[in-house]
Design a binder for this molecule. Structure first.
Ligand code: 13P
Length: 283
């Protein structure tokens, strides 16, 4: 069933776990993610990133996301990841996404506030929730160390001000992760995470989950992050599994890729402690 992330994040924050947000790029990946979520009987956030439009158009993502999301036996949030234009974000809100992200993190704080407010007002009237980003999660390629990356760390003051001014539903913060594989070793600022979590009630989101390390991600999930985005590790797992398959058969290679993705996502459900969701449901 397709749901909003509003209630899911409340449960996640209270029970100290995170929900995986997996980026889908085709029908295979969407089916793989839902099958893992159904096997574990846990919610899943299906993320469609605007940046993937060359491999999967917005229209295709909408049809696939709605079809498989509605059919699923577990709560599924259809989410627009890193939306950059108002036109696309408003279309996503109007046409069936339950959650949208406006990524204005490279704009000035004032413009980020102004644009986020506008989207929040539009989305809330239509029952859709909004994620924004302050600070900036950069690229793993540009990451040499936490002192030398293209990321801009989120400050507590900015997080407080931004949450108050925008009424945004969830906030992506920058505390040491980067998108894609890292050149260096990620160092997460857990003190900053704690300070931000204690300062605002808004659920917090972590981008750039891949290759951050299980210990780091496990701590993020139990110390205040409610949603963790994963993409690179899922496609890498699919590729690696296909590489180990000696077959030349199209279907066997495709199945191997699917298996690789499923194993990776199941692993992260464990790392993120998402099973605590069912403890809450049983109460
Ligand atoms: P990774 O590819 O590093 O897992 O990042 C995914 C992400 O943050 C999507 O928004």
């Amino acid at each position: 069933m397709l749901v909003s992330s509003k209630e899911l994040f409340k449960v996640a924050r209270k029970n100290k776990f995170a929900i995986p947000a997996a980026n889908f790029v085709d029908q295979n990946s969407i089916k793989a993610y839902i099958s893992v979520a159904e096997k574990l009987n846990l919610p899943i956030i299906l993320s469609y990133a605007e940046a993937h439009k060359d491999v999967l158009s917005f229209d295709e993502a909408l049809v696939l996301g709605k079809y498989y999301g509605e059919k699923a036996k577990v709560p599924v949030v259809l989410h627009l990841d890193h939306g950059t234009t108002k036109e696309l974000i408003m279309r996503a809100i109007d046409e069936g996404f339950k959650s949208v992200m406006l990524d204005d993190s490279m704009d000035s704080f004032e413009d980020n506030v102004k644009n986020t407010k506008e989207i929040v007002e539009y989305a809330h009237l239509r029952g859709v929730v909004v994620e924004a980003e302050i600070g900036h999660v950069g690229n793993g390629e540009g990451y040499k160390s936490n002192d030398d990356s293209d990321s801009i760390y989120t400050t507590v003051e900015e997080a407080k001000k931004f949450a108050k001014l925008t009424n945004v539903d969830s906030l992506a913060i920058s505390i040491g992760t980067a998108h894609g594989a890292y050149k260096g070793k990620p160092v997460i600022d857990f003190d900053r995470l704690k300070e931000i979590r204690d300062a605002i009630d808004t659920p917090l989101v972590l981008h750039g989950g891949s290759s951050t390390g299980d210990i780091n991600l496990g701590r993020c999930a139990t110390e205040g992050i409610s949603k963790i985005n994963i993409y690179t590790d899922l496609v890498t797992a699919a590729f690696n599994k296909a590489q180990t398959t000696k077959s030349n058969d199209y279907y066997e290679l495709r199945n191997a890729q699917t298996e690789g993705m499923k194993e990776c996502l199941e692993h992260y459900y464990g790392v993120f402690q998402t099973k605590r969701f069912n403890d809450e449901v049983k109460k």
